[in-house]
Design a binder for this molecule. Structure first.
Ligand code: ZN
Length: 244
């Protein structure tokens, strides 16, 4: 079984397509998403349609929740707020129903999925270091949970021979054979913020017990133009070139 894991697409159609092409090359069996399908980018309905069509299992992100009026916009910065307000005008009733019905977490046979933390998903807290991961790792019913939200890839693990100590795993290729529990942020498809503008995603090979975070280039110019043409804040287009 091979999972393709993607998230924080943020309505970036070209980046989503580039990642899905990579999933085809990898012959993934199932697609999982850590949420935030919409918000920031200018192709929300298109991205929803593609993920629905592919039968992806998706959890709800804070932008997804905000776009269907489930979250107070006071939590968002001005650009995000403008994007949410614009996105609401673009979504069909069917899109809204789909977003509203997304679960906050998923527990599958081989892994779990959440947007922020696993233990308190409705708070949409960020996982940026060991201490942010502890409570989620304590509660995980599966060996590995994939998350998003910060748009920065990170892996926090507890090893079998030292299951009470949480440590950050370096690199982008993770061997889960010796791992007791892991929380892995697969990075962002549509708006990376780790100074690398390429779209990020993860491949989880269950037989090999291995997770690899990869990057793929996409046509940023097309998406930047789409954002500007929609009248969204130009900074949302500009930041794509820098991965910030
Ligand atoms: Zn996001």
């Amino acid at each position: 079984m091979k999972y393709g894991i993607l998230g924080d697409v943020h309505a970036n159609l070209s980046a989503l397509r580039a990642v899905l092409d990579r999933f085809k090359t990898h012959r993934v069996d199932r697609i999982l998403s850590v949420g935030d399908v919409v918000g920031y980018g200018a192709a929300p309905s298109e991205c929803i349609a593609i993920l629905r069509e592919l039968g992806a299992r998706v959890v709800k992100g804070n932008h997804d929740a905000a776009c269907v009026n489930e979250m107070d916009l006071a939590y968002f910065n001005a650009y995000a707020r403008t994007a949410v307000t614009w996105t609401r005008t673009q979504l069909s009733r069917e899109d809204c129903t789909w977003l509203a019905r997304l679960p906050l977490t998923l527990d599958l046979e081989d892994c779990s999925v959440a947007h922020g933390t696993y233990h308190r998903p409705e708070r949409f807290d960020y996982v940026q270091g060991e201490s942010d991961a502890e409570a989620s790792l304590d509660r995980l019913p599966t060996p590995v949970c994939f998350v998003g939200h910060s748009h920065v890839p990170i892996a926090l693990v507890r090893l079998e021979d030292d299951p009470l100590r949480t440590a950050r795993a370096e690199g982008s290729d993770f061997d889960l054979a010796e791992v007791h529990r892991a929380l892995i942020n697969v990075g962002s498809v549509g708006q990376p913020r780790d100074d690398d503008p390429r779209a990020a995603y993860g491949i989880f090979d269950v037989e090999e017990q291995r997770v690899v975070i990869e990057r793929v280039r996409y046509d940023i110019e097309v998406e930047a133009r789409r954002i500007r043409a929609a009248g969204l804040p130009p900074v949302l287009a500009d930041r794509l070139y820098h991965g910030v």
